[in-house]
Design a protein around this ligand. Sequence first.
Ligand SMILES: NC(=O)c1ccc[n+]([C@@H]2O[C@H](COP(=O)([O-])OP(=O)(O)OC[C@H]3O[C@@H](n4cnc5c(N)ncnc54)[C@H](OP(=O)(O)O)[C@@H]3O)[C@@H](O)[C@H]2O)c1
Length: 322
Amino acid sequence: MKAMTYTQYGPPDVMTLQEVATPIPTDDEIRIKVHAASVNRSDWEGLIGWPWYTRRGGLTKPSRHILGSDIAGRVDMVGKNNTEFQVGDEVFGEMANYRDGFAAHAVARGKLLALKPAGMTFEVASAIPQAGVIALQGIRDKGQVQPSQQVLINGGGGGAGSFAIQLAKLYGAEVTGVDNGEKLDFMRSLGADHVIDYTREDFTKKGKPYDFVLDLIAYRSVFAYARALKPNGKYYIVGGALSTFLQILALGPLISKTRSKHIRILAVRRNRKDLEHITELCQSGKIRPAIDRCYPLSEVPAALRYLGDGHAKGKLVITVAK
Ligand SMILES: NC(=O)c1ccc[n+]([C@@H]2O[C@H](COP(=O)([O-])OP(=O)(O)OC[C@H]3O[C@@H](n4cnc5c(N)ncnc54)[C@H](OP(=O)(O)O)[C@@H]3O)[C@@H](O)[C@H]2O)c1
């Protein structure tokens, strides 16, 4: 089968489209003929090998050679212990190891997959899993966002951020989106009431505190984040520098005690129920997966370059098979 592969960390040029062995599912797995896959920052991070925690599968070179964690396609083989899906089912979801999706076929355990709604294209379905579930668990579960609350989404113009802005608006919050200047109109189009260009302004220094901050890309100190919160406000880091994660792990509980501000890590628990819930919201038109561009499988490097260069608004999708 065709797959976009890489054997060393580096820029998108290290990737090549190759013929590799088509995977065979184990008894507990199913195989999916991939029709579409979407691009996440986790693919970019896995490609360049930074932040450092993305190298947990291989310190000096990647141990798995195919990136791609969100897929949508048709089941074409089932392991004998699998009772959930049948050959021919149209499914979508996340790959367990954030890998192996940029390929003509992928094998997966069924529990992170769901049946694709009949009226939804493979491209749209592939755009939802990782970004949509991050946003749902951030805004609904950790934020417990309420009407009229002040909510800030840092990285609001990217994949998870584009879902998070819409969800926070759906729950009635007043929303501020932070991203680079190229994405300000895009965040407004998703419903953001206020926007901040991170290349010009530091939201933690504006003197405007928030009830909830969902941070998709955190590089500041834990004290800066505490400053950006109202008393009893909550901050959750989703992605960013390893040093920021470590600082929040070490000092977050102390800040909760001394300043009544809650600063924590959002470790996403991927599951079918949440995937189905966010997909229902998309189907009902309450929110929309915002797809910037689609690329063929051979152009995964171009898609990753577009994301890495700071241009991607919302989601990028790879059409693997028509
Ligand atoms: N915690 C978990 O369990 C978990 C699970 C899965 C994924 N993740 C992480 O979730 C993160 C977000 O993923 P995603 O796919 O939504 O990423 P994304 O689509 O790349 O969105 C991130 C956005 O943040 C912007 N940005 C970059 N630097 C910024 C800064 N200093 N301040 C404000 N915005 C900035 C980016 O813009 P530019 O174009 O300017 O760079 C981009 O628009 C990733 O780091 C991923 O590793 C976490």
